[in-house]
Ligand binder design. Structure first.
Ligand code: CO8
Length: 257
């Protein structure tokens, strides 16, 4: 399959997927999301690939879901687009997935990193859930996975203020495995990927599955709740205003409706 929004490189036994919409800081539109999910599915079924890396470029891992694509959407448009079905297929990958993050990992970008099994950050990485600034809330697992990763209080602060944290703070908060000098994040991810690839694939698969259980037993209900609230926000005036203000490069005027 030909991909237009991602670049796949195989250096067996490790495969790397690079998100490739640099002109919009790798904002995740539906097309990119579908390509990513389909590529992951393909690699999951490729016996020669033992570990998968997802990365961006130096400036951005991904600055979130594509706001322009969502700006005009209503609740039912969002429901029918069913991005979440695609997001879920990313979570279903059985092989280990490592995120190599540099620059912005915001909104859906932070959520994508958190769907990976290990996160390697460059010292310029910045993580955040800034959805509140455009009149919505996280929708691809942010309220649940961030709270589990950094604890309720830090997650609450990040999600309610929309402020980013830097790589060092993300490391101290338990969101990333390690921080390396910028430019070395992919190399470090590959090093770890190759170590994992040297182990028994079946043991790796079952171990990953078991660790995810520890994290997710009550996650399903939390995600369903989050999704309902996310959809509801697409009926609000503030969502339209927040996204319009972003595209017009001005401050939003909230009405609270
Ligand atoms: N969507 C669309 N375009 C974007 C996005 C985005 N998320 N982020 C950046 N861009 C575009 C900008 O519009 C700009 O384009 P142009 O040059 O045409 O104006 C280009 O990328 C470069 O961006 P900036 O000029 O703004 O770069 P700065 O370095 O000044 O600022 C920031 C970088 C701080 C990252 C800034 O771009 C920003 O605030 N971006 C938006 C971040 C954000 O709000 N992310 C959350 C989006 S909502 C979300 O992720 C919800 C996920 C829910 C799950 C999905 C379900 C469908």
């Amino acid at each position: 399959m030909e991909f237009g929004n991602i670049i796949l490189t195989k250096e067996l036994p490790v495969a790397t997927i690079q998100l490739n919409r640099p002109e919009v800081l790798n904002a995740i539109n539906h097309k990119l999301l579908r390509e990513l999910a389909s590529c992951l599915e393909q690699l999951d079924g490729d016996d020669e690939v033992k570990c998968i890396i997802i990365t961006g470029n130096e400036k951005a891992f991904a600055a979130g879901a594509d706001i322009r694509e969502m700006a005009e959407a209503g609740t039912i448009d969002m429901l029918l687009m069913d991005s979440f079905g695609v997001w879920q297929s990313i979570r279903r990958v059985r092989k280990p997935v490592i995120a190599a993050v540099s620059g912005f990992a915001l909104g859906g970008g932070c959520e994508l990193a958190m769907m990976c099994d290990i996160i390697i950050a460059s010292d310029t990485a910045r993580f955040g859930q800034p959805e509140i600034n455009i009149g919505i809330m996280p929708g691809a697992g942010g309220t649940q996975r961030l709270a589990r990763a950094v604890g309720k209080y830090k997650a609450m602060e990040m999600i309610l203020t929309g402020e980013m944290i830097n790589a060092e703070e993300a490391f101290r908060s338990g969101l990333v495995n390690r921080v390396v000098p910028v430019g070395l994040q992919l190399e470090e991810a590959k090093r770890i990927g190759n170590i994992i690839a040297s182990k028994s694939p079946v043991a790796v698969r079952l171990a990953k599955e078991a660790v995810l259980r520890a994290d997710e037993l009550a996650l399903k209900e939390g995600l369903e709740f989050e999704r309902k609230n996310f959809y509801i926000l697409f009926s609000s005036v503030d969502q339209k205003e927040g996204m319009l203000a972003f595209t017009e490069k001005r401050k939003p005027r909230w009405t609270g409706r």
